[in-house]
Design a protein around this ligand. Sequence first.
Ligand code: SF4
Length: 230
Amino acid sequence: MMRVSELFYSIQGEGKLMGVPSVFVRASGCNLRCVWCDTPYASWEPEGEAVGVEAIVEEALKFGAHHVVITGGEPMIMPDIGPLCDLLKARDFHVTIETAGTVHAAVRLDLASISPKLSNSTPTEREGGRFARAHEEKRLNVPVIQRLIDESPDFQLKFVVCEPADMGEIHGLLGQLRGWSAEDVLLMPEGIDRQTLEARSGWLGEICKTEGFRFCPRLHVLLYGNRRGT
Ligand code: SF4
């Protein structure tokens, strides 16, 4: 069983597979509490029913797509993430898992989309800061990120960037990791509306040109706005 807040068919808006029509399975529940989380219904206030992995795969098959993205929340903390991936692979799906890279699970996947959380994610002021300490303690786990890089057929390191000063933290983390190249690193502006994304895209694009990293727009926000099921 897996608690699922939504399952839908859309266009992958982020990462190496941006633009690919994909089925999204959103696991509900997260071990982090990012202040800018764009899916609070799967983290701060998790919603959804527990669904059997066979039923999830049957639902995914209805769309006729080749790509499935297991996202969250945090899929890697779900007890049945391994069986779900096995079943999806048995039906010949291409499987992406979107994870913050804080928890390891032995899973069959095609693309590990790892999004390490920077200090800009820490909720120091939200809800009196009651989640800030736990979030800060858990948000980075370098050995887990390294293991995901080492074990995955393909991976990407996707960073949510709020301001140019975030680059110091990104370089600090990348300096602790092995086996990546610049094309595996994606920089994505933080924001859930077109105006914010546009305001942050100019300088972030220039940083990508300097560093050789990939610029990662949030295509689904530009296509659909910040709406559930997209
Ligand atoms: S890790 Fe992802 S789902 Fe969890 S709180 Fe952060 S942004 Fe939200």
